[in-house]
Write a protein that binds this ligand. Structure first.
Ligand SMILES: [Zn+2]
Length: 286
């Protein structure tokens, strides 16, 4: 946290420019005030369109960071939320979220009607038919309100023509890598029960391979053979590596295993991770 210094009257006019350069910037002061009051220090600005008036406003949304170095208030809030989730959710023996209801005929009909309107709207707009555009916009707004009234949640598809700027991504897999596990992942988070009453958890530590011998202080014994390149590559891609590892694990155990975990640097400054996983994971499964 930024320290807040007690107030002393300042003679700014009598200062040298070097002394003035040491004074805090407005931004520092605002951040310190935000931290003191436990609010987000780096809110994200979002554009919000009022559907009735068409007015565009800028609103600040909290950054929701999980790292105290980025935003102490949001990190603390997230930490408390995780603690509550862990306390209340770890030992659940039933899925906390009920299955979503299947869409009704009315809901499906309304969505179909709305997408027809959207197509008309885009057509009218491309042809420059201003009157039609306004009418259709109004009709889409009404359809949205009806859908909400029917109990449909979530964002509706955008009305405007999507901009064609997305790059084409190549997702071709490397041919020298083994095939990924293929078990279907069930929509459940609760692990297996043993002896009619036990639901064990699993503790996992992920460590990256060796890059060469290191001394007690973590420095390489032989810098000429130590695989610095691989160490750097692993560190850079660690987050996506862990993501992929979880994806694969879920495909092995066949359910949506949940976890709490922490990433820590080892002495050789290589990241490694500890995870507590809900449910048992039998060792030696392919
Ligand atoms: Zn924040």
């Amino acid at each position: 946290m930024t320290d807040v210094v007690p107030a002393v009257p300042l003679d700014v006019a009598g200062m040298t420019s070097a002394e003035r350069a040491r004074l805090p910037l407005t931004l520092d002061v605002i951040k310190a005030a935000a931290e003191q009051h436990g609010v987000c220090t780096r809110p994200v600005m979002r554009e919000v369109v009022d559907l009735d008036t068409g007015e565009v406003r800028i609103v600040a949304v909290r950054c929701n960071s999980t790292q105290a170095s980025k935003c102490p208030a949001c990190a603390d809030r997230n930490r408390r939320s995780r603690m509550a989730q862990c306390r209340e959710g770890w030992h659940l023996d039933q899925e906390p979220v009920a299955e979503r209801e299947a869409p009704t005929e009315d809901q499906v009909a309304l969505v179909t009607y709305r997408s027809d309107l959207t197509a008309e709207y885009r057509k009218a707009e491309s042809e420059g038919a201003v009157d039609q555009v306004d009418d259709l916009r109004e009709a889409i707004r009404e359809a949205d309100a009806d859908l909400r009234g029917e109990g449909v949640r979530g964002n509706f598809p955008a009305v405007e023509q999507p901009a064609r700027t997305a790059p084409i991504r190549s997702t071709r897999r490397r041919q020298d890598a083994p095939n990924l596990p293929r078990r279907k992942v069930d929509k459940r988070t609760v692990g297996r029960e043993f002896a009619g009453k036990y639901r064990p958890s699993t503790f996992i530590t992920l460590t990256l391979d060796t890059y060469g011998k290191v001394r007690d202080d973590g420095t390489p014994v032989d810098p000429s053979t130590y695989d610095y390149r691989r160490a750097a590559r692993d560190a850079v891609h660690f987050a996506s590596l862990v993501d992929r590892w979880w994806q694969n694990l879920r495909r092995v155990v066949g359910f949506d295993a949940q976890y709490f975990g922490t990433v820590e640097p080892q002495k050789r400054i290589t990241p490694h991770a500890h995870f507590a996983v809900r449910g048992s994971i039998p060792p030696g499964r392919p």
